[in-house]
Design a protein around this ligand. Sequence first.
Ligand code: NCD
Length: 366
Amino acid sequence: MTTDSSVLSTMPTAKRVALLNRDDRLFHVILAQQVQRETIDHLCKLAEMIRTVAETRQGVHFLRTLLSHKRAMLYFIQPSTRTFLSFASACQILGMPYDEVRNPSVSSEIKGETEDDTIRVLSQYFDLIIMRHPVEGFAETMAHELDALHLSIPIVNGGSGKDQHPTQALLDIYTLLRSFAEDSGPKGIPSFAHDRMAGKTIAFVGDLKRGRTVRSLVYLLGRYPGVRLRFVSPPELGLEHDIISYMKRNEMEYETASDLGEIIGDCDAVYMTRLQDEYDIKGESKSIDYDRFRLSADMAPQFKPNLAILHPLPRRNELDRALDTDPRARYWDQVKNGMWMRAAIIAYIFNADAAILDHFQSHYTY
Ligand code: NCD
């Protein structure tokens, strides 16, 4: 009994979420809709604690003992730099050995083994599979397949085609909250439960149709009442209907705009994205004038003093390099935050979060 992606696409989201979570905790991490607000708060706090503990040699040694008895597989068969390396670094931080498959042409798939069989084999060697795959729904289908075969190990989605990228969305929330934080407690542990999103205006710019990071982040922002969203994209690359109906159902405040220059002055954060032309069927995005969806340094006089500029990277020309030295550029922080957030996610999956909390409380005050 397996659940293929055609069945999944017609299943209500609540049912899909229930199949992926266990006892109200994330087991597989596949969809942003699985993540409740209290889990987001918890993971942000955990990420902040891990980064603080890792500042000392003794803390680094403590963290390395946490998951030395577990092993991870990084199955990344779609190109990746940051997601792959931040997950690999997160495993190292937690002392968790990992192995990788990045090129199926050197695995038995070249001999005709199906990908399903490959994943079943991986489940016999490892305790966790972190997966990036070009096909939407593949990670979720594999999660159900392993469950049905009683071979369950957690699967974490590191990017599923055009669909979702939930761990990127979590690190983006962490970055936004850090950027919006005005008051930090001792040792810089802000209270992530405190609502810093309310009243903030966040613009998403570019290829919103195929940008999986945007899709997952909008789902997570649905957990923050009072946030205001603005969407700026070429007409052909606007948000898909599932996201629009999610925002309507959740009574989120949003507007679309055609000109970034007209709205940038009102924004507290801007989330830039590149053209996702690897998903073109016949080069259709070649005719799109993407220059209109570029954040340029010439616009800086209009920026709010505390604007947070985010980009999941890689970038092309849509984000002016002249902004790299502007203190409002948060995309380098995003890269680093990804490592701490992914360490938090892995620690949480294996219930090592309580040990981190204990260690933190006995060494720091906050
Ligand atoms: C993004 C991705 O792969 O979806 N990058 C990332 O994970 N940091 C964005 C992109 O490729 O444009």
